[in-house]
Ligand binder design. Structure first.
Ligand code: AMP
Length: 409
C-alpha cells in the first residue's frame, strides 16, 4: 500500500511517500515559501536503493499549485517513483488541533472537514493550512482515502484534574478552554519505541517523554497513555523553546498591554516568535547558543541555564505525577543530538534515581540507545522520532480497518 503523508503549514508542504507495511520511504520533500516568486522545492526520490536529491527555485502561487508540483514530481519519468497519482492508496494528513472531538485518527469525510473548520478559533495559525492541504489533496489524489492524524489526539486521555484550568467552569464547557497538548504523534511514537526497547508492552510502561525540537514539550505517560503534558490550550506554555516563551505569569500580558501600551497582536508576536532562546540568548537555534556559550557569552549561558532548568523542573513534576518511572526518553532535534543538554537536564536528579553515564551520553547522537549509568534506577533513552512514519502507520491501520468493515457489511 502506498501512503502519502502530508504536513501542510501556512507557507509550506512537507511530504513523504511510503510503501507500507515495509515502511520504505519512496520519496520525500518540501515546498517552502509558498506565495513567493522564489519558492524552494526540495525533492528526494529513491533510485536503486538510494535517495537522490533534486532542488529548484520557482514561483509557487498557493497550496494547490504546491501540491500539484508534488504530484508532478512523484509521477515524473526522471524524478518520480510512481506512474500516476491514482497509485497513492491513502493520504495521511497531520492536523494540529482535533479539540475534544478526535481522540484517534479518523477517515476524512464532510463531517470531519466541518469539525476541523469549526476548530479554527482554537488553532488559528495551523488548522486553516491543514484544512487547505486536505481540500487540495482530495482533488489531486481523488481516488485515495484521506485520513487525519491529530497532534492533540494522544493527549485526550489526560484526566480532568490535569486538563482543566482553575478558572470558572463555563469557559471550559462553553468555550473549550482547557489543556489540549501537542506533539502527540511524536510522544506516542517514541513511547511505543521505548516500550519495544524495554521489552515490554506499551500498556505496561511509565515514561517521561521529552520532545526537544524547535517547539518543545514534555509528556507524562502512564501505562502507555498521556496523563499530563507541558503544552496547554496552545503550543505556547511549558518549556522554553526556540522562539516561544513557555510558562509565564499571565499577568505579564496585562502589564504589557496596560502599562506598556503594547497591542494584543504585538504581545502575541513577542511571546510566540521573539521569546525563548531567541529572546534571552539572541539565537533561536540551540547550536548557535551552544557555540556562543562556549565562547563565554553571558546571554547565551543564561539561555542555556534557563532552558535546562525548565526541563529539570518538569521531569521532577512528572516523577511526582507518575510515581514509578521506567524511562526518560529524549527525542527531536535537541533531544537526539545534544549530550550537553541531556546531561544538564538530568544533573541533580540522582536522588530520584536518574543518573546519566557520561561516555554513553557523549556517543549517543541521532541513534536509538540508552545512556543511564549502571546505578541509575530510571533508564534514560535517546530515541529518534519519526512523526511521518507514525502518521503512515496510523493511516494504514485506519484504511485497513475501513475496508474490513466494508467487506463485513
Ligand atoms: P526539530 O524541530 O526537531 O527539527 O529540532 C530543531 C532544533 O534542533 C534546532 O533548533 C536545533 O537547535 C536543534 N539541534 C539540531 N541538531 C543539534 C545539535 N547537534 N546540537 C544541539 N541542537 C541541535
Amino acid at each position: 500500500m502506498k501512503i502519502l503523508v502530508i504536513n501542510t503549514g501556512s507557507s509550506s508542504i512537507k511530504y513523504q511517500l511510503f510503501e507500507m507495511p515495509e515502511r520504505k520511504v519512496l520519496a520525500k520533500g518540501l515546498v517552502e515559501r509558498i506565495g513567493h516568486d522564489d519558492s524552494q522545492v526540495t525533492h528526494q526520490y529513491r533510485q536503486e536503493g538510494e535517495l537522490e536529491k533534486h532542488t529548484r527555485t520557482m514561483p509557487v502561487k498557493d497550496h494547490r499549485e504546491g501540491l500539484q508540483i508534488v504530484s508532478t514530481l512523484l509521477t515524473s519519468p526522471e524524478l518520480g517513483v510512481i506512474h500516476d497519482p491514482s497509485e497513492v492508496d491513502a493520504v495521511g494528513h497531520r492536523v494540529v488541533h482535533g479539540g475534544e472531538h478526535f481522540s484517534a485518527t479518523t477517515l476524512i469525510g464532510d463531517e470531519v472537514l466541518e469539525t476541523i473548520r469549526r476548530l479554527i478559533p482554537l488553532a488559528p495559525l495551523h488548522n486553516p493550512a491543514n484544512l487547505r492541504g486536505i481540500e487540495v489533496a482530495m482533488e489531486i489524489f481523488s481516488s485515495a482515502k484521506q485520513v487525519a492524524v491529530f497532534d492533540t489526539a494522544f493527549h485526550q486521555t489526560i484526566p480532568e484534574e490535569a486538563f482543566r484550568y482553575a478558572i470558572p467552569g463555563s469557559f471550559y464547557r462553553e468555550h473549550g478552554v482547557r489543556v489540549y497538548g501537542f506533539h502527540g504523534t511524536s510522544h506516542l511514537y517514541v513511547a511505543k519505541r521505548a516500550a519495544e526497547f524495554l521489552g515490554k508492552d506499551v500498556e505496561d510502561v511509565n515514561l517521561i517523554t521529552l520532545h526537544l525540537g524547535n517547539g518543545a514539550s514534555v509528556t507524562a505517560v502512564k501505562n502507555g497513555q498521556s496523563v499530563d503534558t507541558s503544552m496547554g490550550f496552545s503550543p505556547l506554555p511549558g518549556l522554553m523553546m526556540g522562539t516561544r516563551c513557555g510558562d509565564i505569569d499571565p499577568s505579564i500580558i496585562f502589564y504589557m498591554n496596560r502599562a506598556l501600551g503594547m497591542g494584543m497582536d504585538e504581545i502575541d508576536d513577542l511571546l510566540n516568535k521573539k521569546s525563548g532562546l531567541l529572546g534571552v540568548g539572541g539565537n533561536n537555534d540551540l547550536r548557535d547558543i551552544l557555540k556562543r556559550a562556549e565562547g563565554g557569552d553571558k546571554n547565551a549561558r543564561l539561555a542555556l541555564g534557563m532552558y535546562t532548568y525548565r526541563i529539570k523542573k518538569y521531569i521532577g513534576a512528572y516523577v511526582a505525577v507518575l510515581n514509578r518511572v521506567d524511562a526518560l526518553v529524549f527525542t527531536a532535534g535537541v533531544g537526539e543530538n545534544s549530550p550537553l543538554i541531556r546531561r544538564m537536564a538530568c544533573e541533580g536528579l540522582e536522588h530520584m534515581g536518574i543518573r546519566v553515564n557520561e561516555e554513553r551520553n557523549r556517543r549517543a547522537i541521532g541513534v536509538m540507545t540508552e545512556i543511564q549509568a549502571a546505578e541509575s534506577h530510571v533508564r534514560i533513552l535517546v530515541i529518534p522520532t519519526d512523526e511521518e512514519l507514525e502518521i503512515a502507520l496510523q493511516t494504514g491501520r485506519i484504511v485497513a480497518r475501513a475496508s474490513r468493515e466494508k467487506v463485513e457489511k
